[in-house]
Design a protein around this ligand. Structure first.
Ligand SMILES: Cc1cc2nc3c(=O)[nH]c(=O)nc-3n(C[C@H](O)[C@H](O)[C@H](O)COP(=O)(O)OP(=O)(O)OC[C@H]3O[C@@H](n4cnc5c(N)ncnc54)[C@H](O)[C@@H]3O)c2cc1C
Length: 148
């Protein structure tokens, strides 16, 4: 059976697949129409924030993202040491903010169910919140800070 694999598209998904396949001994060719990393992958803000960017419950997509996040530190370190490219990975945590009193209950709900998935999140507000993120709008009432 042929060990040659062609991947169409040199974004983060195509290049990650190419890397993993190459590490498993396959010959890989990546076909990129423009520039590797030049489309969505180059536009992304780079946030890996499943505790913030998800629905109001632990659905399958949340669990996939959270599991992927756990693998990321080791994986990015591997890529960094092989490529010599430092792509500024930083584990800074996330702030999921609430502007209205009505949203505070849902913030607390998030905090509770996310605890079961490895979050040590806490609700922060007032001076403590603005010390954490000085550029935050003063209209923000509170935030769920998730260090993970
Ligand atoms: C503005 C913005 C902000 C984002 N922020 C985040 C974020 O903070 N966190 C996060 O996790 N995700 C974020 N995303 C989503 C993330 O960028 C994408 O999920 C991810 O980059 C998709 O990677 P990809 O390799 O599938 O696509 P792409 O990076 O788009 O790569 C696809 C490649 O395929 C090439 N191609 C297409 N058709 C062909 C063809 N026929 N032949 C050859 N080559 C072809 C394209 O030129 C392109 O280079 C953001 C996306 C955008 C647009």
């Amino acid at each position: 059976m042929s060990q040659n694999i062609i991947i169409i598209g040199g974004g983060i998904i195509g290049l990650s697949c190419a890397y993993e396949l190459r590490m498993r001994g396959f010959d890989v060719t990546v076909l990129e129409a423009r520039r590797c990393g030049g489309q969505a992958s180059g536009a992304a803000a780079g946030m890996l924030a499943p505790f913030s960017e998800n629905t109001e419950g632990p659905d399958a997509f949340f669990r996939l993202c959270q599991f992927s996040l756990l693998l990321y530190p080791e994986w990015q370190e591997q890529i960094r040491s092989i490529s010599g490219v430092h792509f500024e990975y930083a584990n800074t945590g996330s702030l999921h903010i609430a502007y209205h009193a009505a949203d505070l209950l849902s913030l607390e709900g998030r905090r509770l169910w996310q605890r079961q998935y490895g979050s040590s999140g806490e609700i922060v507000s007032g001076a403590e919140l603005f010390r954490m993120e000085p550029a935050l709008s003063r209209d923000v009432l509170a935030a769920l800070y998730t260090p993970e």
